[in-house]
Design a protein. Structure first.
Length: 413
């Protein structure tokens, strides 16, 4: 059926019209007629039909009206008006395939029915009935074939869209999984490795200033250990920054957590899942969230998932939750509150991490501060993600900077 699909492709209208005109010429020149040759009236009506089919191959409405008008004239002037009848029927087929809505299709169908019935006006009832039955071929077949082609084209388009949507979702999930793994590695590097390296560098710096009477060779060892540790700490900080900030490394697609344009749809899906769990969610989403960077976009999504999950778990079914996400001066203001008046709490799969602790850690990584606590009506969680994320590791080690600068610092507890 590939050749049939190719034949009725919208891009090949001109090819179809050329074939139709050649078929019409063969009919006039080769097929025997009641007279030895086609009459002048037949040629006068056929040639404009051929020309209009070619000239208006991309304008189905113009072609339909012109072919119907030529058919009406042919019915009144000549006995054999097959050429004009086929031209009008084919114009109806093209109209059905290309029309934007059903209204144009049915108007064109009514026009051709009215024109065809003019040939039966004044005929006996039996002959008139025969003419009505003939409409099934002249009008019904083009319309039915055109509707089938439209339906197949729409099904193909939907299948392609579904495939693309599934591919985008799979890619987004893969990126999210890689980003989560990178975030976990970044936390381990910061909380364990960087902390101990910073502590060693700090102690070596203190020892260099406390122990003044050292063998020069020992001092060189201290200097080498301090310099190596400082360089290693700087490399660790850069590595943590790369892992936590996907936008910081150009061209690394694996670092992208979520496409900015996909964030509103992802939040909408989380809201729908919460509503399916039984809670009522009122969402106030700023359209500007679609332009957030990938890191804060993923943070907003995970915070929303975890907060709505907690509402379903603790406030219960039929609870009312209010979600607010706004972007002001580059900062993201996020809040979820509930009335705490739901029914029996339900078990909902977790979608955002490890409860309030995980939410707080995620917010602190981006330089924000999470506030969570009861209100007069229920419970509220909110935060502000600043426009530029602040690197926590550089703030938590001021004494290391003092030691590396050559000034003594007290030993950390």
């Amino acid at each position: 059926m590939s050749w049939l699909g190719r034949l009725f492709d919208l891009r090949d209208t001109l090819v179809r019209m050329v074939l139709l005109d050649l078929t019409g010429l063969c009919y006039l020149l080769v097929v025997p007629h009641s007279t030895s040759t086609p009459t002048t009236a037949q040629w006068v009506l056929a040639v404009p039909a051929f020309a209009m089919a070619l000239a208006a191959h991309r304008r189905p409405v113009v072609n339909m009206v012109a072919q119907a008008a030529l058919l009406a004239v042919a019915i009144s002037l000549i006995d054999d008006f097959t050429i004009n009848q086929v031209g009008a029927s084919w114009a109806l087929l093209e109209m059905t395939m290309r029309a934007r809505g059903p209204r144009a299709i049915w108007l064109a169908t009514a026009l051709l029915v009215a024109v065809d019935l003019t040939d039966s006006i004044g005929d006996p009832p039996r002959r008139f009935a025969s003419g009505v039955v003939g409409l099934a071929v002249e009008v019904g077949v083009p319309v039915l074939l055109g509707l089938v082609i439209r339906a197949n084209r729409e099904l193909s388009r939907q299948a392609v869209e579904r495939a693309l949507a599934e591919q985008r979702q799979h890619e987004s999930e893969s990126r999210a999984a890689r980003a989560d793994e990178r975030s976990a590695i970044a936390r381990e590097l910061h909380d364990v490795v960087a902390h101990h390296v910073a502590s060693m560098v700090l102690r070596v710096g203190v020892a260099r200033h406390v122990l003044t009477d050292l063998d020069p060779r020992v001092g060189e060892v201290f200097d080498d250990v301090h310099g190596t540790g400082t360089a290693a700490l700087a490399e660790l900080r850069r590595l943590v920054a790369v892992l936590r900030n996907p936008d910081g490394v150009r061209g690394d697609a694996a670092l992208t957590a979520i496409e900015p344009a996909a964030l509103p749809a992802a939040i909408g899906a989380s809201i729908d899942r919460a509503r399916q769990a039984g809670i009522t969610v009122e969402a106030d989403l700023d359209p500007a969230i679609g332009s957030l960077d990938a890191v804060r976009g993923m943070a907003v999504l995970r915070l929303t998932q975890e907060a709505l999950t907690n509402v379903a778990r603790h406030a219960g079914t039929s609870a009312l939750a209010h979600l607010v996400v706004a972007v002001r001066d580059g900062a993201v203001h996020w809040e979820v509150s509930d009335n705490g008046r739901g029914g029996v709490p339900v078990s909902v799969p977790a979608g955002g991490g490890h409860g309030i602790t995980g939410m707080r850690e995620r917010v602190e990584v981006l330089g924000g501060r999470l506030e969570a606590g009861p209100t007069e009506a229920g419970w509220r969680v909110r935060t502000v993600l600043p426009a530029t994320a602040t690197e926590p590791s550089t703030r938590s080690l001021p004494r290391d900077r003092a030691a590396s600068a050559g000034s003594p610092a007290p030993e950390p507890a």
